[in-house]
Design a protein around this ligand. Structure first.
Ligand code: HEM
Length: 174
């Protein structure tokens, strides 16, 4: 027993947590870009490309979640140490980002669930107006009305927060 409190894991693995943090923001921004491609594809009527882009966006968001949770487990945290005049704006952005990031997971799962149910009922993406499939795709459309803007907001604000903390952040743990 040395009597010292245990040091956070991140401080015993110097340099790892900032790299994980960097990759987390890269994956969430790429997922936002894949999402925009997915919306453009469906607007143009290309359902196959839409499905692939949205599955890519979902996979990237899952990688983001794993990296983010790893960073939390390592105990790496940065605090805002920028101009006081911007503190209120920064925290408003941060809190809205956290709340909507948590909401994004069930929203994305709901959108995917109805798309998958619709695809199973339709058999293929050329048959989405089949009576058995139509209700699922209508629900898919209803869910994505919320999923897409929330996802984009989370991706863009996540990137902004990363840039702000890169300029004005102080490592408090790790
Ligand atoms: C979470 C991931 C997804 C998001 C955010 C998303 C988003 C969207 C959006 C914005 C639309 C246009 C809605 C409208 O015009 O009102 C749409 C339609 C559509 N999506 Fe997705 N999508 C996702 C995953 C998928 C997947 C995996 C499939 C494939 C099974 C799929 C199949 C479709 C189809 C077939 C339509 C056209 C529905 C219709 O015309 O009624 N989507 N989606």
């Amino acid at each position: 027993m040395s009597g010292h409190p245990p040091r956070p894991l991140a401080s015993r693995l110097p340099g790892v947590a900032p790299i994980i943090n960097q990759w987390a923001v890269i994956t969430i921004v790429l997922s936002g870009i894949a999402l925009v491609f997915g919306v453009v594809f469906i607007r143009r009527g290309n359902r196959e490309a839409h499905m692939r882009a949205m599955l890519t966006a979902s996979a990237l968001a899952t990688v983001f979640l794993v990296l983010y949770l790893t960073r939390l487990a390592l105990g790496y945290e940065k605090a805002y140490a920028g101009p006081d005049g911007w503190r209120g704006a920064y925290f408003t952005l941060l809190i809205s980002h956290i709340i909507l990031a948590a909401a994004n997971l069930p929203l994305a799962l709901g959108a995917l669930w109805h798309a998958w149910k619709g695809l199973r009922a339709a058999g293929n993406l050329g048959n989405i107006d089949a009576p058995a499939a139509r209700p699922s795709f209508n629900r898919h459309r209803a869910w994505v009305r919320w999923t897409v803007p929330v996802w984009l907001y989370v991706a863009v604000t996540g990137w902004i927060i990363y840039l702000v903390l890169g300029r004005y952040g102080e490592v408090v743990t790790g």
